[in-house]
Design a protein around this ligand. Sequence first.
Ligand SMILES: Nc1ncnc2c1ncn2[C@@H]1O[C@H](COP(=O)(O)OP(=O)(O)OP(=O)(O)O)[C@@H](O)[C@H]1O
Length: 589
Amino acid sequence: MNHTFQVDLRGVVDLLSHHLYSSPRVYLRELLQNAVDAVTARRAAETDPPARIEITVDGTTLTVTDTGVGLTEAQVHELLATIGRSSKRDDLGFARHEFLGQFGIGLLSAFLVADEVVVVTRASGAEAVEWRGRADGTYRIAPGSRDEVGTTVTLTARPGSEQWFAEPTVVELARLYGSMLPFGVVACGQPVAGEGTPWRRDDRPAGTRKADLVGYAQDVLGFTPFDVIDLAVPEAGLTGVAYVLPVPANPAERAGHRVYLKQMLLTESATGLLPGWAFFARCVVDAAELRPTASREALYDDGLLESTREALGAQLRGWLVGLARTDPARLARFLDVHHLGVKALALHDDEMLGLVDQWLPMETNVGRMTLADFRARHGEVRFTATTDDFRQLAAVAGAQGMAVVNGGYTYDSEIISRLPVLDQDLVVSRLEPSDVMTRLAPVNPGTELALRPFLTAAQRAMDRMGCEVVLRAFEPATLPVLYLLDRAAAFQAELRSTRDSVDDLWAGVLGAFEKPEQNRPQLVLNHNSALVRRVAALGEPDLVALAVEALYGQALLLGYHPIRPADAALLNRSFLGLLDQAVPAEEAP
Ligand SMILES: Nc1ncnc2c1ncn2[C@@H]1O[C@H](COP(=O)(O)OP(=O)(O)OP(=O)(O)O)[C@@H](O)[C@H]1O
């Protein structure tokens, strides 16, 4: 013998309130949504029926009245009293396209805030019926009193839920969920809807439409957008706008978009609607075909959402490319604010790479300029991988006639490395300190020989710092000394300093990677500098050591190199030593 499942309504309501919905406030959304669906259903059956929804509050009693299709007594038994039964699915059980509801559980959300739900309803050509459902899972049906076709749902607040029935809250919620509905919704006497979406195409002049859209962003999103981009993805039944933020957005923060489904608010913070790179835009969209999760608080992440995301990404990209063509000054202002997003996009997108190349100014040692200008002037693109390398090398490389781009800012090195995509003959190279070294002219052999004793004393002083002293003659003459540390040398230096601070076992492991004699950092003394020549002429070895140590400290500071404890100690010693030499000794008493 077959038995029928029994449902413990209290258990189901508990499940809904604690695990499905984020707040009891959704009860109003569900009632509003049912009223909208009922109006939609009546519109399908009759020509031009009244389309009105009215919400009233009287103390702790709330009613939602619609001019929708209403229900017959048989439908009341079937639809209101059967959990999971919905009139909004087709014969095969699929959600019917024109309705908001589909699951057959929405009405239960009324029990989040009330113990009893009363529905008085009347279908065309039928008697009015009153249905009284209780949170304990029982219901009663009686003849109802109602003249017009339509439905009124009445809830009385359960003790403890009164705040959800306060007039201002009810008006605010009705406006929140229903403000874009295309017909009259009145909450506590205040019209909260009627005009549809602000981006609708109607007889408003273009300027008024734009002003309405900007006003919407100001009122609802709290900012004045840099620009407003119209969006449309027909396969998702989606229309809407993307607002370009007027200030930089944090790329790590997932942007929340305002999504309406069939003109009722689904969520104010949808993620996944735009590709990750588009963090400079906030969307407000209405979609007919995207699916909600059962809680109706997020978008269901399916193939349609994925293709919608791609299509919206392409539209934002199109806007950017269009701006480059029609209004470069405005594009420059946009890039000033949102360069990070555009650069992230350029890593994968050739057209965006072209845009960055053409329009985004970068730091170079020959002034700020776009990569396109740089390429036009210098043929090849040399770049430093870090900002520290750039600071270290920019002036010296410049003086040797070498133009260099600072690739140290976020994504810049990767973008520069991708430039051959735009011009396959382009030579792109990463500048290493050792490359600069090869450009610095050696001093003539006679001078070098004469300075041997000085160089030996200088090298002895620098051995403790693990660095090699080299003499060169280069411009600018005002720069007495350079500390050159290329990638391999930097790695070795870091290895040594880690080794000194860890236990023996680990130090032994690190020791295996060490190459003591190769890749030592170089302290390059500039023989063109008068100061260096004077130091080189000092006879006293102790004084030479002090002076070379001071030059070393100066080179570290100028090149923005990290100062290790040993460097700090050396700087201290050389400073005090030089002071000691400079200040006359105390007279003996
Ligand atoms: N105001 C109303 N007018 C006419 N019929 C209604 C009304 N409210 C509810 N119904 C009927 O009751 C059924 C169940 O409603 P319920 O809100 O529980 O589920 P649903 O709207 O079908 O789906 P969902 O759970 O996705 O909201 C509806 O399918 C509809 O037929």
